[in-house]
Design a protein around this ligand. Structure first.
Ligand SMILES: [Fe+2]
Ligand SMILES: [Fe+2]
Length: 227
């Protein structure tokens, strides 16, 4: 009984993570494109976002290997379990896929808003990983712990470029209500969506990997020793 509970929990946790990692690097690709067009001279900013993108891709690959080793595909979780998806939907009133990043980058106020959303999401990710590293169910899976350790190392450099942009270009820091939105999204996932998915016996597995149709250059990633 406990073994089944544990397996289901880790299965779902891994599925939510791999969804978010993929969403992360795919969305950063669009941010990068817009930043390269708007601030081509800011090489440090571009390099920092490129590093962020490479890390998120690396995280995705680590979770993919974790599933492959178990001989199974991730569970089918969608954008309702994506922290950044929900955050963008609430802050911009549209889905990530519908967000025109060129328009956002051409308006300082909108780009500042996006920077705050990404920064808060990354900080949330870091805090979550700290919790999971001490979680007894997670600790029972050696490979998963290895993955979360890599994420823990990478995460602090992820909010830096966006905080840096806010400082350099005069954007304000997140206000209390933006932090409250972040907390709300997290609570919604933890206390509402996760239990529903956990108990849903009809929840299917993906039939293909999220990066199955991505061009070769998007798949390139420096992969570390983890997983
Ligand atoms: Fe990540
Ligand atoms: Fe990250």
């Amino acid at each position: 009984m406990f073994a089944r509970f544990r397996a289901r929990y880790l299965d779902l946790l891994g599925s939510i993570y791999i969804y978010n990692e993929h969403r992360g690097y795919a969305s950063i690709d669009r941010v990068l494109e817009a930043v390269r067009t708007r601030w081509p001279e800011d090489k440090a900013l571009i390099a920092a976002i490129e590093k962020h993108r490479a890390d998120e891709r690396k995280h995705y690959v680590m979770f993919r290997r974790w599933f492959e080793r178990q001989g199974k595909m991730p569970l089918m979780v969608d954008r309702t379990c994506g922290h950044i998806d929900r955050f963008v939907e609430i802050m911009f009133g549209r889905r990530i896929d519908e967000l025109d990043t060129d328009v956002v980058a051409s308006d300082d106020a909108l780009f500042a808003r996006l920077c705050r959303v990404i920064s808060l999401t990354e900080r949330r990710g870091y805090r979550q990983v700290e919790i999971l590293l001490n979680h007894p169910l997670v600790r029972s899976d050696r490979r998963l712990i290895k993955i979360f350790r890599v994420i823990e190392q990478d995460e602090p450099s992820h909010w830096a470029p966006y905080d840096g942009w806010l400082k350099t270009y005069g954007g304000r820091e997140p206000l209390w209500w933006e932090r409250a939105v972040d907390s709300f999204i997290h609570a919604e996932l933890l206390f509402l969506k996760l239990p529903i998915l956990f108990l849903n016996p009809w929840l299917k597995r993906r039939d293909e990997w999220a990066d199955a149709h991505e061009p070769a250059e998007a798949l390139a990633s420096p992969i570390s020793a983890a997983a």
